[in-house]
Design a protein around this ligand. Sequence first.
Ligand SMILES: NC(=O)c1ccc[n+]([C@@H]2O[C@H](COP(=O)([O-])OP(=O)(O)OC[C@H]3O[C@@H](n4cnc5c(N)ncnc54)[C@H](OP(=O)(O)O)[C@@H]3O)[C@@H](O)[C@H]2O)c1
Length: 264
Amino acid sequence: MSGTPESVYGRTRSILITGASSGIGAALAEQLAPYGGKIALTARRAEQLEEVAQRVRQLGGVPLVLPCDVTDLAAVREASARVSAEQGAVDVAFLNAGIGDPLALPRFDAEKLRQIFAVNVFGVTNWMDALLPAMIQRGSGILAATSSLIAGRAMPGASVYAATKAAISSMLDGYRVEGRLYGLQITVVEPGFVRTPIHGDKPVSRPFMVDVDQAAQIIVEGVAEGKALIRFPWQMAAALQVLRHLPNALFDSFGRKMVRKPRD
Ligand SMILES: NC(=O)c1ccc[n+]([C@@H]2O[C@H](COP(=O)([O-])OP(=O)(O)OC[C@H]3O[C@@H](n4cnc5c(N)ncnc54)[C@H](OP(=O)(O)O)[C@@H]3O)[C@@H](O)[C@H]2O)c1
């Protein structure tokens, strides 16, 4: 399945990016555009997608703007049919749309939790539903889903978000092996902190934070190389490996420093 970026993302290739209106998705589109492929850009905000499409065009790609909510299975199936009709069956899909919400314990709300799962988990599986039949029939295709390093161990202040990412990493860990029987490459992308609007409007600094263009480059190259798992930056990946195996007593004393009781 692996190849050069030119062979994986080149002129004849049909590519899809979810969550393409900002952050990592928009940066992926810009990294991929110079290879000349046909790139379907999907998210809810059409205006932002048009801006990304314009940059893709300037950089040599052929964009298709496709406003769609990943939580709406019927709309996803319809959007997928449009991609196939307009740019050919999807060869490479970056299933990247996602939202973050700390959902602190005093704010716990099952509806809100459902919403986070709807985007981060079912947003991925809705697109898998739409794309897998044609990929399996053709015996080829690449699915790259954006999880997170936090999938390895939930951090206080991001428990529900971590649970959604653990669901993706775990499910695709199994499907990756099955996928090979059908000629599919299934890649899990687990970034650490990346500078994107998911962290809010104000500039933030987090440990070993990576610029969005650098993140997109790592993902684009890793997927082309056929990697099953893309974890970065290595410092954060190593830290998460340690945290994952830390006994609860130690983990709790570390974790307590990360959260505070709200004042009200
Ligand atoms: N930035 C980080 O530190 C970091 C670290 C690890 C993993 N990640 C993951 O990376 C992925 C991309 O996030 P980002 O950091 O690039 O954040 P971002 O800039 O906020 O991008 C999120 C994207 O998801 C789309 N999206 C949200 N809800 C959607 C819905 N219901 N239907 C369709 N699209 C929807 C947004 O577009 P619309 O609002 O236009 O719909 C946007 O394009 C996410 O899965 C995130 O969990 C990020």
